[in-house]
Write a protein that binds this ligand. Structure first.
Ligand SMILES: *Cc1c(COP(=O)(O)O)cnc(C)c1O
Length: 392
């Protein structure tokens, strides 16, 4: 697959890996430094009042952040890009475009922090939310009301690994009377696996903390979009709110995106092997991985995604106790929240990342264990899981 180049050679198309390494990062014009400098400055000298080199204050813009934004825009095939201090900061900024009395249709398997923001923060300001099964495009369309401003999708979802058909839902949203914006949280897939803007979505959201950063050493977020007016609105909101990343964080994420393609290939290769091991195991009731032919939306995965990605969820026959024993019994998979780093991690969502959904309509089953499969030696990971399953 080739991607339209946004930053290097005008008019020529370059491959994803080339863009990942090069886009937004020409050698530094003043020194030739190959690596993008970390511009640790809050302010910039102005030649005359209002006349400057494009930077006046680092809440508004910073050159290291600009480099990251150009890089992400190239990878996502987007005209506009904004980097944020966290994924949640990016999500909150999108929701501020909805306005009071606005309605949002969200898929019912959203990230726990997103659900918490919607229910425990934004409801107080008059926004309302309807949660529907995002894998049922018709149900999403039916939930759209006259005052629906936004459709919030996650695909694959966290932690159930369900998919939303981005093309179908975007078409239906555009045909509805309310014409809501369609935002896709594409954190699990990354632009290497899927590019929602090319499928008709309006806004792509990433927690760059995860695969884009890739090394579990930074927290960040990003928005990617094509529409000029929406971009101006989001840029205004971000600057007004101050939800911006520091230059060192931008540097770390930029370092991560360079290897995104090779990492995602290995994540997916290891994840598929693990999904196959788990699927055949007598203590396992279900494996949720889009790359498995048994996944209910495997054919959509094949259309929409390059591979199944690095996240695998498994439902244990023994419920919460077996889930806990598996998650606490591995040695190569530390028990930890978060995902998308080079190291494998394991967790029990209902007790950890998704505790905020307990008892709600979107609570996950207690026996579900989520694995973020890293890029370690495949056999070592399989061996570790086989041993932990024995004790689970
Ligand atoms: C982690 C995550 C977020 C939130 O991002 P932060 O960087 O932790 O603020 C949002 N959506 C998904 C799918 C995530 O995995």
């Amino acid at each position: 697959m080739t991607y339209v180049n946004k930053g290097i050679l005008k008019g020529k198309e370059q491959g994803f890996e080339t863009l990942a390494v090069r886009a937004g990062q020409p050698p530094d014009p003043s020194t030739g430094a190959v690596m993008t400098p970390v511009y640790l400055t809050s302010t910039y000298a102005q030649e005359r009042i209002g006349k400057h080199k494009g930077y006046d204050y680092s809440r508004t813009d910073n050159p290291t952040r600009t480099a990251l934004q150009k890089n992400l825009a190239a990878l996502e095939g987007a005209r506009h890009s904004l980097a944020f201090s966290s994924g949640m900061a990016a999500i909150d900024t999108v929701l501020r475009t909805v306005g009071p009395e606005g309605h949002v249709v969200a898929c019912n398997d959203v990230y726990g922090g997103t659900y918490r923001l919607f229910e425990r923060v934004l409801r107080q300001y008059g926004l309302s939310f309807t949660y529907v099964d995002g894998s049922d495009s018709g149900a999403v369309a039916q939930a759209i009301l006259p005052n629906t401003k936004l459709v919030w999708l996650e695909t694959p979802t966290n932690p159930r690994m369900a998919l939303c058909d981005v093309r179908e839902i975007s078409d239906l949203a555009r045909k509805s009377r309310a014409r809501p914006q369609v935002a896709v949280d594409s954190t699990f897939a990354t632009p290497y696996l899927q590019r929602p803007l090319s499928l008709g979505a309006d806004i792509v959201v990433h927690s760059t903390t995860k695969y884009l950063g890739g090394h579990s050493d930074v927290v960040g977020g990003a928005l990617l979009l094509n529409d000029e007016k929406m971009y101006s609105r989001l840029k205004f909101l971000q600057n007004a709110i101050g939800a911006v990343p520091g230059p060192m964080d931008c540097f770390l994420i930029l370092r991560g995106t360079k290897t995104l393609a090779v990492r995602m290939e290995r994540h997916a290769e290891n994840a598929l092997a693990i999904a196959e091991l788990l699927e055949g195991h007598p203590k396992v009731s279900r494996v949720l991985y889009p790359g498995l032919p048994s996944h209910p939306q495997h054919s959509l995965a094949e259309r929409q995604m390059r591979n199944g990605g690095g996240m695998v969820s498994v439902v244990m026959k023994g419920g919460a106790r077996a889930a806990r024993r598996l998650a606490e019994g591995t040695r190569l998979f530390p028990l930890a929240e978060s995902l998308g780093g080079v190291e494998s991690l394991i967790e029990v969502p209902l007790a950890m990342t998704h505790a905020s959904t307990a008892g709600s309509q979107i609570a996950v089953e207690p026996g579900l264990v989520r694995l973020s499969v890293g890029i370690e030696t495949k056999e070592d990971l399989l061996e570790d899981l086989r041993a932990a399953l024995k004790k689970a």
